[in-house]
Design a protein. Structure first.
Length: 343
């Protein structure tokens, strides 16, 4: 079967022909309908993260069950499923709560998940090592639903933890309206009454935010002007919550500057920015957090939001063979919403 593989750090992804997997006991093989193209793949390809290739890329996957390994009885062939991406040990206390994204044994695991050390979903078929890692999609189209497993789950998990702060008199700022950010603004509008501001350096992404219903969309190329505009909207209290889906030095600096007291700065983007923290900061009471992905039950909640029509991933679908070109388009900022590869 055709597959898109990670070979080694610094080398481009490779289109290859690899054997289709067969599920062993307890495992499940998925016929992939869609594999989302996440900006994290660019970090995986470019930066030394300790991942050993080759493996098939794609950690944001959905499709139909192709074959069940011996002993798997809770699913049927043909069921539409999302693949839960962060694979933990499955037995520690945290994994037992379904938050495998925070597995206590992560350091001793050979893989972070499919597409992140193990074979992922940028292929016709994907082997899922345990049926526990599947979540039913019901009637959702698996091509459009693939991004729910990361582009929506990651912001959902980050936002859910901030909900007590997001009251009607609060201001929330989303920085980076790409794959994750365009889901974040929808999730915030679905779950909170807070005043919402979208921020990006690309006017077309700000236009996208406006189309999704966001009233205030601010270009942050001029950080001083952007901080002033946000302060104006937020009033003396400042921003109550900032979600940074870029994580560059410029964006974490902007986030730290616009939050008020008793606030929350959530850095999701992995661009390497460092939050300079001092205890005698005027923003007393600010919580700084670096969430990772989300739990399996949160993926169920995200799927329920999508099934109810409250959130929708905007997808640009490409054939699997165009993966290398799609990575370049993502690098160039030319993808609106999420690119999804269809094998
Ligand atoms: P994307 O490329 O789809 O979107 C990035 C957006 O940020 C674009 O709209 C771009 O215009 C904007 N942007 C870039 N530089 C900016 C700047 N300096 N100021 C303001 N906006 C800027 O990326 P994505 O797939 O949404 O991923 C976003 C980040 O989140 C990546 O770093 C990715 O690796 C990371 N990520 C983290 C987790 C996690 O669990 N922590 C999970 C998934 C992705
Ligand atoms: Zn675990």
């Amino acid at each position: 079967m055709k597959a898109v593989r990670f070979i080694e750090t610094g080398k481009p992804a490779q289109l290859a022909d690899v054997p289709a997997p067969r599920p062993g006991p307890g495992q499940v093989s998925i016929k992939i309908a869609g594999a989302g193209v996440c900006h994290s793949d660019l970090h995986v390809l470019d930066e030394e993260l300790g991942l050993k290739g080759p493996f098939v890329l794609g950690h944001e996957n959905a499709g139909h069950i192709a074959a069940l390994g011996e002993g798997v009885r809770e699913w049927r062939e043909g069921d539409a499923v999302a693949v839960y991406g962060p694979w933990g040990c499955g037995r520690c206390r945290t994994c037992q709560t379904s938050a495998e994204n925070y597995c206590e044994n992560h350091a001793s695991l050979a893989t972070m998940g499919g597409g992140l050390g193990s074979d992922g979903g940028m292929a016709e078929y994907m082997l899922v090592p345990s049926a526990r890692l599947l979540v039913a999609l019901g009637k959702l189209d698996p091509v459009a639903a693939a991004p729910l497993s990361d582009a929506a789950l990651t912001p959902y998990h980050a936002i859910k933890a901030a909900l007590p702060l997001l009251t009607p008199d609060a201001t929330v700022v989303v920085i980076g309206i790409g794959g994750l950010g365009h889901m974040a603004v929808q999730i915030l509008q679905a779950l909170t009454p807070a005043q919402l501001i979208a921020a990006d350096i690309d006017d077309s992404k700000l236009e996208h935010a406006r189309k999704l219903g966001v009233r205030h969309a601010i270009n942050t190329r001029d950080a001083d002007a952007a901080a002033a505009a946000i302060a104006d909207l937020a009033g003396p209290r400042g921003a109550t919550a900032v979600f940074d889906f870029v994580g560059a030095q410029a964006t974490v600096d902007l986030g730290a500057r616009i939050v008020g007291r008793n606030s929350r700065l959530t850095v999701v983007g992995l661009a390497g920015g460092v939050v300079h923290y001092a205890a005698n900061n005027p923003q007393y009471g600010c919580q700084v957090t670096i969430p990772y992905w989300g739990s399996r039950t949160e993926l169920m909640e995200v799927i329920a939001l999508a099934a109810a029509g409250r959130i929708r991933a905007e997808v640009e679908v490409f054939p699997l063979e165009q993966a290398l070109d799609v990575y370049q388009r993502l690098r160039d900022g030319k993808i609106r919403g999420r690119a999804v590869l269809r094998p």
